[in-house]
Ligand binder design. Sequence first.
Ligand SMILES: Cc1cc2nc3c(=O)[nH]c(=O)nc-3n(C[C@H](O)[C@H](O)[C@H](O)COP(=O)(O)OP(=O)(O)OC[C@H]3O[C@@H](n4cnc5c(N)ncnc54)[C@H](O)[C@@H]3O)c2cc1C
Length: 457
Amino acid sequence: MDEKFDVAIVGLGPAGSSLAYFLRKSGLRVVGLDLVDWDGIWGKPCGDAIGKHHFEETGLPTPKGEALRNFVKGIDIYSPSEEIRLRVEGEGYIINRNAYGRYLLEEAVSGGVEVRLRSFVVKPLFTNGRLAGVEYKDLRSGEKKTVKANVVVDATGTSQVIRRKLPRDWPAHELLKDVDANLAYRRIVDLDREIEDYQYIRIYVNQDIAPGGYWWYFPEGPTSVNVGLGVQHGRGYPHPKKIFEEKILPRKELQRIVRVKSDAGALVPTRRPANTLAWDNFLGIGDNGFTVNPIHGGGMGYAMTAAYYSAKRIVEAAEKGDYSARGPLWMVNIDYNRHIGAKQASLDIFRIYLQTVSNDVIEWGLRAGIVDAAKAYNISSEGELEVEPSVFDKLGLVVRNITALRRLLQLRMVASYMRDVKRLYLEYPESPDELAGWVQRVESLYAEFKNKLGINW
Ligand SMILES: Cc1cc2nc3c(=O)[nH]c(=O)nc-3n(C[C@H](O)[C@H](O)[C@H](O)COP(=O)(O)OP(=O)(O)OC[C@H]3O[C@@H](n4cnc5c(N)ncnc54)[C@H](O)[C@@H]3O)c2cc1C
């Protein structure tokens, strides 16, 4: 006989386990399924860096003890020549993902959530055309099993296990395109010496090393570091592991490695949030709904935020007995896009622009102060790029240079599209009936923008 739950959470990474944590003690019958065992929880390879503000905004417990590897004071961003360094102050953590994820899940289990690990979810189940549960394989016994639920939450990351198997005419059936993702690879190593300024994580913007992305050097502590890179997928660039070995490993910052602790890669979505995170009896959050920062690819904090809003609206849906897209589940879109998604959509425009420019342009922008530490912070936290008229005056001499003038005008155009898409996301439709029209407006804006940049991908 089918087991009936209020909520089935598929995937217990940052999105799914945060949701399980928020729904503990809700009184709802919640089941969480993941194919991994306890030691594989939150096992996706990652830079492991997360801003403190995510915990303050969601109320999730801050990482402590075994879950905390390094306390971060800020980020140093390096220009391609590495002659310019922007120091952006801001507190955060390098976490031990497995320890933190396990903690959240153990708390969820104590609060009444049922967790089934080693459960490989195969497909969604439908009853009279409505999403009604999932089928999974119990990897311990090899048995095929099912659970029924009023809402199925797809938190399976980029595998999009449920989302991709929804009927094609459901707007939630939206897949990640290669060019809207980075293929990332990272290694965690111990060095035989202390890392200078180890409480500042480093980002190196360099299109020759990491085309369409960046490479990072995130100390996990005084002598251990997580180093990796992301490369735009689908453009024929070399595999990031190959680049890592040829261009990053020989660098002085990585000399005298005494131990390689981990070595792996995966996809990172780098695009605006999905057209919808909700549909009838469905939510899709975290990497699954592309709730990431398109510029730096950080997705843990936004997966947590999406889970936070989802928990609130699931409780409301249960109270009203309405799990349809017209009910409280729809509000997850509005909550998320007003607070976070609008900014992310704007950053997606900036990401696309950055993926078209050379190291020379990036170096020039940083050297000329078009982007300084305060602006870098503003771009990342607000999704706003200001190219004030005063920049043209300040750079009077440079502007007489036709190349510089062209670059400035192009940046102003980018800033204007960033504002337009942000506005559209702030006006996210109040009801699913208006979704198709809104999607059309977003897509035309993107097409127009890409056309102006001469992009055909
Ligand atoms: C190399 C790299 C570096 C990164 N660095 C950072 C960083 O420094 N900071 C940051 O914030 N983000 C970073 N990210 C992004 C971050 O890792 C993701 O955004 C985050 O893990 C997304 O969480 P999620 O819960 O949505 O998905 P995931 O972490 O992918 O979790 C999905 C879960 O679903 C489970 N699952 C999948 N398929 C099935 C199935 N069929 N049945 C059952 N379970 C299933 C998986 O086992 C997994 O537990 C990085 C990503 C990469 C690849």
